[in-house]
Design a protein around this ligand. Sequence first.
Ligand SMILES: Nc1ncnc2c1ncn2[C@@H]1O[C@H](COP(=O)(O)OP(=O)(O)OP(=O)(O)O)[C@@H](O)[C@H]1O
Length: 264
Amino acid sequence: MTGRSGGVVVTGLSADLDGRPVLSGVGLTAAPGEWLAVIGPNGAGKTTLLRAMSGLLDVRGDVLVGGTAVRGLPARRRARLMAYAPQTPLLPPALTVREYALLGRTPYIPYLGRESRHDRDVTWSVLERLDLTGLATRPLGHLSGGERQRVVIARALAQQAPVLLLDEPTTALDLGHQQQVLELLDSLRLADGLTVVTTLHDLGLAAQYADTLLLLADGRPVAAGPPGDVLTEPVLSRHFAAHVAVTPGRDGRPQVHLVRPGGR
Ligand SMILES: Nc1ncnc2c1ncn2[C@@H]1O[C@H](COP(=O)(O)OP(=O)(O)OP(=O)(O)O)[C@@H](O)[C@H]1O
């Protein structure tokens, strides 16, 4: 998976849903090879931001990948620039794991054409890297939640776009598979310059893996920067209404702990 060129720049992104503003003036920049995590309390607009960036919502503002404006591009061209893995996609239950992951190659397959050997090879190597080859012929309806989540990520990776948007990629995964997926993303961004934008509820993982955090609250950006700048006790208690302690981890990145109110 080489030869990506990308980086994403978002400016002034605003969206209304049901006549209510859900995103207001959101901007972000992630260079090629950078990992940006979008954090924030429930309902802050994290999923909406990813959907808006991926072109699934009618929004105001600009989204550029490698300098190309993606809004308004035909879906196939957009899909070569940006891959999006939603948190809970609708999966056709009869499709096999391999068939579903191969759908990631759709932007490269000519109309009325068939997938090439290269498309099959790319898909298989992604399945291998996500430990999914043993499930290749299994229908999606027969998978566990965590297996389904990895298959959705596999489809997005098979797309080989320079920018990857992942909505809560680890929520259904056990510890080992969380680490496997996050380490794979980390190696792809370091080796190939893949730009990774994830939403992450787990602030510990966000601090460990992301270069930059963007904190949303009520659809607005309220803090952005390296984990140590964003994950501070005052910022977290204000925006998450939580009692927390933030301590430096072994690698110097912040660790966030919930503290029981009343000192129990
Ligand atoms: N289709 C929709 N129509 C109307 N309102 C919506 C729609 N989808 C989301 N919303 C609202 O937009 C706001 C932002 O939702 P969004 O799913 O982006 O939040 P989130 O930060 O991802 O939340 P969570 O952490 O709970 O997943 C919420 O108030 C939600 O109720």
